[in-house]
Design a protein around this ligand. Sequence first.
Ligand code: SAM
Length: 244
Amino acid sequence: MSKINFGFEKIHQDEKENRVAGVFDSVAKNYDLMNDLMSFGMHRLWKEVLVEIAELNKDSYVLDVASGTCDIPKIVLREFPNNKVYATDINHNMLEVGYKRSIDENFFKNLYFGAASGEKLPFKDNTFDAIFVGFGIRNFTNIKVGLEEMRRCLKDNGNLIILEFSNPQSGIFQNIYDWYSFRILPKIGKLVANDENSYKYLVESIRMHPNQEKLKSMIIDSGYNKCKFFNLLNGVVAIHKAVK
Ligand code: SAM
């Protein structure tokens, strides 16, 4: 059987979902705090931009794949309270944090939850006007399978909008980013969450993820009509928007 990447490690394809689930089981409790610390709060701004780029209508059907603790549904429902938003993830612990937050922070109306992989979605063909994936797609076992599955669930002219770590465009920026990612991030993970290994995986998985252009061609090869991307923070993060 073919081997695939789990960070810098090579593992059997059918091990990956469990290994990824293990990482997010471990980080779920501290995930929101760690996100703020690691990105200096910038992930909040990136998610605002993501929702803006989606150009939703007031009555859109929205799916958030790899929803985790539901940051993206929270923004969508703040801006468009009448949208129907489905939050899905393979990880129950992450979704449970999201579910509790949706009650504590009052964005539960029109929000629905379900455990599901982005590579096998429990929805009919042509259901959604927009599908988001925020910092999730690099963890998929097979990104192409996921892209095709999400396309199946989109209506014609529906949008897939992906937010993911990518490749910095300047050499100096790349050096600083490498130093921060490999030296500092796992230490923050150890100090705050007592979990150096999970944060090491997260950094390594970013390095193994296809760059902006490569992801764009994978999206086009998966049957989408158009795809463009926007670099944020010199390409540390990119948003890809594709149309079915
Ligand atoms: N979207 C949220 C955000 O931006 O804060 C959470 C991102 S978190 C880094 C990645 C999430 O992807 C985790 O909750 C993990 O369980 C989920 N995930 C990983 N592989 C997945 C898959 N194949 N299908 C669905 N969710 C997956």
